[in-house]
Design a binder for this molecule. Structure first.
Ligand SMILES: [Zn+2]
Length: 246
C-alpha cells in the first residue's frame, strides 16, 4: 500500500481502521482485549498543522491526543497563534499531552524530574486541563518500552503502549513498521498505538515531503516577516506590511 501523505489519505486511513472494527481510544482507556487505536500526534513543527488534523478528525467523530513541545524553537504555546491552535484542538474534542525533550536536561535525573513537572504545570495552565499523558521527543532507545507511568502520568512509550500492543509510526515521513492497515496487530485484531506527525498530513497536494517542509518553512518565514514589520518601525519602513492573504 502506498504511503500517500495527504489530508484525504489520512482521513481514508482512519475510516479504513474504523471499517476494520477499530475504535479510537485515549491512552487511559486502553483495553488490551479490544480493537482499539490509541491515536497520538507528536507536534514537532507546527501547531497550525495539528489544528487542521484535529478538525479533520472531529469531522470523523474521532478523538486523539496531541503532544506539545515547550522547549522548541518551532512554535510557542503562549503566542496568539499558538493559543488559537490549542483552543481549536481542544474545541474539537481532543486531549493535549506533553511532548517532552529529555535532552534539554543534560541526563541529570533530578533536573529531568523537575523539568517534567515544570513543563506539565505550564501546559496545564495553558490548556486548563490535566496533563495525563507524556511522550518523549526523539527518545534514546533506553527510554522506550520501560515504565508505564512517569511521575503519575501515562508514558506513551511505556511497555504497555509499545510492546504489549502494536506500535506504528510515520516518523521521518515513512511507515517504519509498515502501513497501519497492514500491521500485524491490526491483522490479528489487537490494539494499536498509531503515532503520526501532523506536518506530513495537513495539506492535500501530494507533493514530496521535502517540498512539504519547504512550503511550511516559507509560510513560517512570511509570518515572522509580518510580525517584525508590525512591531519594529525601522524594519517596517523598508518592508511595509502587506494586507494578509487569506
Ligand atoms: Zn517529537
Amino acid at each position: 500500500m502506498r504511503a500517500d501523505f495527504t489530508l484525504s489519505a489520512y482521513r481514508e486511513m482512519l475510516s479504513n481502521l474504523r471499517g476494520a472494527g477499530y475504535a479510537f481510544s485515549r491512552f487511559g482507556g486502553l483495553d488490551i482485549r479490544k480493537r482499539q487505536v490509541l491515536l497520538r500526534h507528536d507536534v514537532d513543527q507546527s501547531l497550525q498543522a495539528a489544528a487542521i488534523i484535529a478538525e479533520a478528525e472531529h469531522e470523523l467523530s474521532i478523538s486523539s491526543t496531541y503532544f506539545l513541545l515547550l522547549r522548541t524553537e518551532m512554535y510557542n504555546v503562549l503566542s496568539p497563534d499558538g493559543r488559537d491552535a490549542i483552543a481549536a484542538i481542544l474545541y474539537h474534542g481532543h486531549q493535549v499531552g506533553l511532548h517532552f525533550d529529555p535532552t534539554a536536561y543534560d541526563d541529570d535525573p533530578q533536573g529531568l524530574s523537575n523539568g517534567l513537572e515544570l513543563e506539565c504545570d505550564i501546559l496545564e495552565r495553558v490548556t486548563g486541563r490535566p496533563v495525563e499523558v507524556v511522550s518523549f521527543h526523539r527518545p534514546a532507545s533506553s527510554l522506550i518500552g520501560k515504565q508505564n507511568e512517569i511521575q503519575g502520568r501515562i508514558n506513551a512509550y511505556g511497555e504497555r503502549y509499545v510492546h504489549d500492543i502494536g506500535y506504528c509510526s510515520d516518523s521521518t515521513g515513512r511507515w517504519r513498521y509498515g502501513h497501519p492497515l497492514e500491521h500485524d496487530a491490526v491483522r490479528a485484531g489487537r490494539p494499536l498505538q498509531l503515532l503520526t506527525h501532523p506536518i506530513w498530513w495537513y495539506r492535500d497536494e501530494p507533493v514530496d515531503l521535502q517540498r512539504r517542509l519547504e512550503s511550511f518553512l516559507s509560510d513560517r518565514t512570511k509570518r515572522l516577516d509580518r510580525e517584525l514589520a508590525a512591531n519594529c518601525k525601522p524594519y517596517r519602513s523598508v518592508n511595509p506590511l502587506e494586507p494578509e492573504a487569506n
